[in-house]
Design a protein around this ligand. Structure first.
Ligand SMILES: Nc1nc2c(ncn2[C@@H]2O[C@H](COP(=O)(O)OP(=O)(O)OP(=O)(O)O)[C@@H](O)[C@H]2O)c(=O)[nH]1
Ligand SMILES: [Mg+2]
Length: 343
């Protein structure tokens, strides 16, 4: 992991040198608006990205005094609706408990806060929908905009999630501190999508992703994809009188070339498995790791069916497609922060 961490720090350092581009007037204003409201709300729900439970901490809350009013939620664990119902019931029960000691305030407000892109708006929508499912207002449900790009929510808005007492959640804009000193944390935030790709460059982020994949065991799960290809080459294809190349072309012609199609994801996983397992160097050594990543970019271009004629631009396209697969969970599940084992 040492070579991977080094690469993460290098990429993070390059990006942070270019200045705090992630922190604009919008974020500064949002940060002030959140800080002003913080003392007025009944509960604060800090949303974190389960892949980076430490790096996605909302820094301004570190010294937040009342821990009884602060709840941390790990999002993106691909919560089923069931667990969101559980979360809603838990929140409503918590509000009722607080109201018993503070019943003069009839309406309760829960503020969702977190760094950009952790899923605050998606969670606000779910809680609102589940909370209002049997309510008369069902037809008038509001909808917060959810997007894969960070910085989508610009203003604080409220969503009703319960009655008796009336309970509202406030969806807020994602906020990061103006300075991120830890360059490795910076790279993790870029990889998980909390910092806009253009600030780091998709290619650099994809190199970091490949370094992580190369030093984790996830790729071993894709061994059977490689074997399937061989099986097909020797048995089925012969029976059908097709070469493996002909079969591949035949299959691919049936679909539009969308990099999220199953067969492309399959090819990408197989390519990653083969490049890692046939590699003759040591991925813990920086130079070897860079050599492997370079080879992988070339092989992945084919897997993603990016035309070679695009030249340099082809590399950027490969990087963008690879990041998209990672961020939608199609390259496996990862925890990027090293946690003490007891957490
Ligand atoms: N896999 C997965 N994706 C999620 C989950 N929650 C949200 N997302 C996705 O994460 C992306 C960001 O979600 P948003 O709800 O817009 O995030 P946000 O925290 O409101 O972002 P900002 O408004 O930019 O701060 C979207 O592409 C969502 O579809 C989840 O539990 N699992
Ligand atoms: Mg949002």
């Amino acid at each position: 992991m040492a070579a991977t961490a080094k690469l993460a720090r290098q990429i993070g350092a390059l990006a942070t040198k270019s200045g705090g581009g992630w922190y604009g007037p919008h974020m500064a204003a949002a940060s002030r608006a959140i800080a002003e409201r913080l003392p007025l709300v009944d509960l604060v729900l800090e949303i974190r990205d389960a892949r980076i439970p430490l790096s996605s901490e909302y820094e301004q809350l570190r010294n937040y005094p009342s821990s009884s009013r602060r709840i941390i939620v790990m999002n993106k664990m691909d919560l089923a609706n069931r667990s969101q119902i559980k979360l809603l019931n838990f929140l409503l029960a918590r509000v009722r408990e607080l109201k018993r000691t503070n019943y003069f305030n009839y309406t309760a407000v829960i503020m969702l806060i977190g760094i950009p892109n952790v899923g605050k708006s998606a969670l606000a929508n779910s809680l609102h929908q589940i909370g209002r499912i049997s309510a008369a207002e069902k037809g008038k449900l509001k909808h917060a905009i959810v997007s894969p790009n960070p910085g989508e929510t610009k203003d604080i808005s409220s969503f009703k999630i319960g009655s008796h007492p009336n309970v509202y959640v406030l969806d807020t804009p994602g906020v990061l501190p103006p300075k991120i000193l830890n360059t490795e944390v910076y790279s993790k935030l870029a990889l998980t999508g909390s910092i806009r790709d253009c600030l780091v460059g998709e290619r650099g982020i994809a190199q970091y992703l490949l370094a992580l994949l190369n030093s984790s065991d996830e790729y071993k799960k894709w061994a059977k994809l490689s074997m399937n290809v061989n099986d097909r080459t020797f048995l089925d294809l012969e029976a059908e009188g097709l070469s493996s190349c002909e079969l591949d072309k035949k299959q691919k012609r049936q679909y539009p070339t969308d990099h999220t199609q199953d067969f492309i994801v399959h090819d990408v996983r197989r390519t990653l498995f083969e490049t890692i397992s046939f590699f003759d160097g040591n991925v813990q050594v920086g130079e070897d790791l860079s050599r492997l990543i370079e080879t992988q970019f070339t092989s992945l271009r084919e897997a993603f069916q990016v035309p070679v004629e695009l030249g340099e631009e082809a590399q950027n396209k490969v990087a963008a497609k690879l990041l998209n697969l990672f961020r939608t969970g199609r390259l496996g599940h990862y925890t990027l922060d090293s946690l003490p084992w007891h957490t």
